[in-house]
Design a protein around this ligand. Structure first.
Ligand code: UDX
Length: 493
């Protein structure tokens, strides 16, 4: 029996009652108190986010904040228990406060019960990981397959399944086939796609106030549902006198938008890193160069910071997956440049090790440098600041390479120590900046955390054994440091 535009049962199904009690009246009172946009329940589909990593969890929390009734689902019991008890199991600024607030509002739940999720939501977002396949460049879609097949078997009404995970183009059609095969016959479950563009460390902002919304559907019904799902974002924008452009497109384009954006960003970074090599060879300063070309609005000044290269859970794997997929589709030649973008990026790491070796007067031999007896104060382990994420972190990889060259590497990172220590137990880790720099022969400042960017050359100089600085972030004014007796080495300057 159905009674609303989303085909929900008139009375909540037993699973819903059993697992969560949404106190509807309380919810709406709470929503008003939060000053979220209008709470018209007829235009608010219920939403699930399948996969509660950085992506799914942030979306679940933010969509509850926007006034939707949301459930976050994951197969990882520890993760779900953590969110349900009000603890975000990773570092993301602002998210813990928003989690607590929305758990209290009653709009946000977390569960490992797929039947309850199937009964509850009108729209299911797939947010599971798509890591690089072991030993290959393509993406591993097994988590998507598992999530979709599992959910499909438990569905009892027509719903919309929307992909958010970053995938090779063509995945949406395959997901539709999986649903056609595994969902109960005759439900007519549909697939849509809506890529996300959130940056870790700015994730909440990127979800609540995105610079664009992109989605794709296969029918007017699904298109309307996607409009309803994104209404909260547009209403918030209207309240704040902003506009959020919406691009509605086909499934293949929506899938490609994400990888195209990341490939473009990666290309920009590798371009400026190639210019860094040239600047170094020619005695130029890549930081000034980036500033000067960035004033041209066609180029723009973002993502032009030369340094130790890009890392993280997206850019590196996404360019490899795009190149691999292009090859499968017979247009691999056009994407060979991405292999070079990747190559320039990974070569930053050997380049930086060489720079440290030269700085301490141990130029590399044919088998790399011998840094035995060199105490390195190593500042930063995460793939960028304001996160505890160390996935494909250039900083951590370079630290390990220095250690492999027998340096005594003492690592400090404001949030990433625990993850870094688990991944690289051969390094020494300390809990404060002061411990890291005490008696150091060289300071390697690798990740532009605020705490590192504001370092005072004179005060720091009094703590180290030798005033040598490798500025892997190109964040300091070389003249300032040289004035205080430091031997300064940046990247490409
Ligand atoms: C990226 C995309 O920006 C985001 O839109 C997408 O949704 C996911 O992938 P994220 O992985 O969080 O986001 O990191 P991002 O801020 O893009 O940085 C990626 C890497 O590039 C970091 O290692 C960063 O240090 C490096 N970087 C960034 C540079 O080396 N130079 C720059 O100028 C900018």
């Amino acid at each position: 029996m159905r009674d609303d535009s989303y085909g929900r049962r008139r009375t909540p199904g037993p699973a819903l009652d059993q697992h969560w009690t949404f106190h509807r009246q309380g919810t709406h009172l709470m929503a008003n108190a939060n000053q979220t946009p209008s709470q018209n329940p007829t235009t608010r589909p219920r939403i699930s986010f399948l996969g509660c990593g950085y992506l799914g969890a942030t979306y679940a929390i933010c969509f509850a904040e926007l006034g939707y009734e949301v459930v976050g689902y994951d197969v990882d019991t520890a993760k779900i228990e953590s969110f349900a008890s009000g603890t975000v199991p990773f570092h993301e600024p602002g998210l813990p406060e928003l989690l607590k607030k929305n758990l209290e509002s009653g709009r946000l739940r977390f569960t490992t019960d797929v039947q309850a999720v199937a009964d509850f939501a009108d729209v299911h977002f797939i947010c599971v990981g798509t890591p690089q396949r072991k030993g290959e460049h393509g993406a591993d879609l097994s988590y998507i397959e598992a999530a979709v097949v599992d959910l499909a078997k438990h569905l009892t009404r027509k719903v919309l399944i929307v992909g958010k995970s970053t995938v090779p183009v063509g995945t949406a059609s395959w997901v539709q086939e999986l649903l056609d095969r595994h969902a109960p016959e005759g439900l007519g479950v549909e697939v849509g796609w809506s890529p996300e563009f959130l940056q870790e460390s700015n994730a909440m902002h990127d979800v609540l106030r995105p610079n664009r919304i992109v989605y794709a559907s296969q029918s007017a019904w699904a298109s309307q549902l996607l409009k309803d799902v994104h209404r909260g974002i547009l209403e918030l924008a209207a309240v704040e006198d902003r506009e959020v452009p919406v691009v509605e497109t086909d499934l293949a384009t929506a899938e490609l938008v994400k990888v195209a954006a990341n490939a473009f960003l990666a290309t920009k970074i590798s371009f400026i890193n190639a210019m860094a090599d040239l600047s170094e060879a020619a005695g130029a300063d890549v930081a000034d160069l980036a500033k000067a070309i960035g004033y041209d609005q066609r180029i723009g000044n973002k993502f032009l910071r030369a340094g130790i290269g890009f890392g993280g859970g997206c850019l590196p794997k996404d360019i490899r997956a795009l190149s691999a997929r292009a090859g499968e589709l017979g247009v691999g030649e056009s994407f060979r440049f991405l292999d070079e973008v990747d190559g320039i990026n990974t070569r930053r790491r050997t380049h930086t090790v060489r720079a440290v070796a030269n700085l301490v007067g141990r130029p590399p031999g044919p088998n790399g440098p011998d840094l035995s007896g060199v105490r390195v104060a190593y500042l930063g382990a995460t793939f960028k600041p304001d996160t505890d994420d160390i996935r494909d972190s250039p900083a951590l990889d370079i630290a390990r390479r220095l250690r492999a060259a027998r340096a005594d590497v003492v690592v400090y990172d404001p949030e990433g120590l625990e993850n870094a220590q688990a991944a690289a137990p051969e390094l020494s880790f300390v809990k404060t900046l002061a411990e890291a720099v005490a008696g150091a022969d060289v300071v390697c400042a690798m990740v532009p955390w605020e705490e590192f960017r504001i370092l005072d050359p004179e005060a720091l100089g009094r703590q180290v054994a030798e005033r040598r600085l490798l500025d892997g972030m190109n964040a300091y004014d070389p003249e300032q440091w040289r004035k205080h007796g430091w031997t300064y080495q940046g990247i490409g300057r």
